[in-house]
Design a protein around this ligand. Structure first.
Ligand SMILES: [Zn+2]
Length: 281
């Protein structure tokens, strides 16, 4: 898929699984299990799907998946599996190495989005992309340093502190342009100041939903994760942003859907529904 001067590729960084009840909040299992079937431990399969943009002399990644620093205990809890796909192997399919990446836009610093930012080399944690600038909302950076007891388990300082130590961090502030042709929406429901990138050339527009709409099953407005710090804020953000996506025929890119990469949506008498599934590359 091409938007403006960028060629877009979806990058599978590996699979994992999270508790289905936590992923669907107040929606009863009798409903959500029809959309995504859980495993024997009630976990649903999840992708950690990054987006690669190539063009204008840049090779940009949006989010980088879980990465490779987890203990065996955490890998088992989250069913992390990098055997079929991982970040660097997926980049290799596009003839790119870590050194080729020029920019990394992090939607937020939860481990399933930012974990791949760094890696452990003989006991030292280093930036995975040594030549890249990493873009993080300043307000989110500050929130990540003082999480509550409720969201502390989602932040691992070793995912992001080495970026600051190596001088690779670029703070973004608000909804302006992050890079040419890439703006963002700020969402405060899931966490503080999540930046959801929008790639547009005025004709085609793609929203990288991140955790505003983690899977295609989360398109209906009240299907909101229990992980969200402020679910009623998420509800209003979804109402506003998805209405615009319907009106302007945006493509929604789903970071966590195990099977559906992207789709357009429409309004039906039952609420918002998927219109057309889209494969990005
Ligand atoms: Zn996530």
């Amino acid at each position: 898929m091409k938007i403006g001067s960028y060629e877009l590729h979806s990058i599978e960084t590996g699979s994992f699984a999270l508790d289905g009840g936590a992923m669907f909040g107040v929606v009863p299992k009798t409903l959500w299990e029809k959309s995504i079937a859980p495993d024997e431990k009630n976990r649903i399969p999840m992708a950690a799907r990054a987006l690669l943009l190539v063009g204008d002399g840049r090779r940009i990644l949006i989010d980088v998946g879980n990465g490779s620093k987890f203990t065996d205990k955490l890998k088992a809890i989250y069913k992390m599996d990098n055997s079929r796909n991982d970040l660097l192997t997926s980049l290799k399919k596009h003839n790119l190495t870590a050194a080729d990446i020029t920019d990394v836009v992090l939607t937020h610093l939860h481990f399933d989005h930012a974990g791949g930012s760094t890696f452990n080399e003989n006991g030292t944690v280093k930036p995975t992309f040594p030549n890249a600038k990493y873009y993080v909302q300043r307000e989110h950076w500050e929130a990540a340093h003082k999480p509550t007891e409720r969201d502390r388990a989602s932040f691992f300082p070793e995912d992001f502190m080495p970026l600051a130590e190596h001088g690779l961090l670029n703070f973004t502030e608000g909804e302006g342009e992050i890079l040419p042709g890439i703006t963002c929406r700020i969402c405060n429901g899931h966490t503080s100041a999540l930046q959801a990138p929008i790639i547009s050339d005025g004709t085609t527009t793609l929203l990288y939903c991140a955790d505003l709409v983690p899977t295609a099953a989360h398109v209906p407005l009240p299907w909101i994760m229990a992980y969200d710090l402020r679910p009623l804020v998420t509800l209003e953000e979804k109402r506003r942003i998805l209405q615009k996506a319907i009106d302007e025929n945006w493509i929604l890119f789903f970071e966590h859907d195990a099977t559906v990469e992207a789709a357009t949506i429409s309004m039906s008498d039952k609420g918002i529904v998927l219109r057309e599934k889209i494969v990005v590359n």
